[in-house]
Design a protein around this ligand. Structure first.
Ligand code: PGA
Length: 249
């Protein structure tokens, strides 16, 4: 009942011509029916070109971040309302790089989630523990706090996606062990069910952190993992497509 969702987070990569070339190849690979939900999340600069190319296709578009305020004196920032304008369907909220490099706290992440839902878009809320937190036995406590604070005043979670990304697995080549990813996804699922009742059951949970074509199937076949958030391996359209194929079963 939960359609898998596989997303390509390009981070700060690709010029506009590079983005166009990538997307043309991806569209060719995907055909009319990719079989699962596929989302491409480019830099802001490539969003208009990506929106134009993806509009007639079943492939979705996401933004890597967006400010919750609708307008104002936020030099260098882009608002949820502005990305909504471009035909973006998803907004990454609280990616660990935003939390660490840009000092985003749970309260700000929560405001981003609420603003994204308010504009009728779908937040991909990223949660996950650091290596120290895992070693200290605090992995679940951290994820539970991140969920609790980001979703504190969310009434209707329609569209919400959770990306469980252990920070130590992001960009390191060291993915989580699939049983550990399943255990965390199951705890997240239980939390969502408690918080949102039967609507919590429909919320998709992605795994992210060093997902590659050769390990994707191990994660995507886990009962509580409904997709993947892919960084490094998503930069090549053929490698990304191999991961999407793993989600199709
Ligand atoms: P990675 O990044 O696939 O390069 O580990 C994942 C992410 O940051 O979402």
């Amino acid at each position: 009942m939960r359609i898998p969702i596989v997303a390509a987070n390009w981070k700060m990569h690709k010029t506009i011509p590079e983005a166009r070339a990538y997307l043309k190849r991806l569209i060719e690979l995907a055909g009319q029916d990719p079989g699962v939900e596929v989302v491409v999340i480019p830099s802001f600069t490539a969003l208009p070109a990506a929106a134009a190319l993806l509009a007639p296709t079943p492939l979705g578009l996401g933004a890597q971040d967006a400010r919750p305020e609708s307008a104002g004196a936020y030099t260098g920032a882009v608002s949820v309302a502005q990305v909504a304008d471009l035909g973006v369907r998803y907004v990454l909220c609280g990616h660990s790089e935003r939390r660490k490099l840009f000092g985003e706290d749970d309260a700000l992440v929560g405001r981003k989630v609420r603003a994204t839902l308010h504009h009728g878009l779908a937040p991909i809320l990223c949660v996950g523990e650091t290596l120290d937190e895992r070693k200290g036995g605090r992995a679940w406590a951290v994820v539970e706090r991140q969920l609790g604070e980001a979703l504190a005043s969310v009434g209707d979670p329609d569209g919400l996606v959770i990306a469980y990304e252990p920070v130590w697995a992001i960009g390191t080549g060291v993915a989580a062990q699939p049983p550990a990813a399943q255990a965390m996804a199951a705890r997240i699922r239980g939390w969502l069910r408690k918080r949102f009742g039967s609507r919590g059951e429909a919320i998709r949970i992605q795994y992210g952190g060093s997902v590659r074509p050769d390990n994707a199937r191990e994660f995507l076949s886990l009962p509580d993992v409904d997709g993947a958030l892919v960084g490094g391996a998503s930069l090549d359209p053929d490698a990304f497509w191999a991961i999407v194929r793993a989600a199709r079963g």
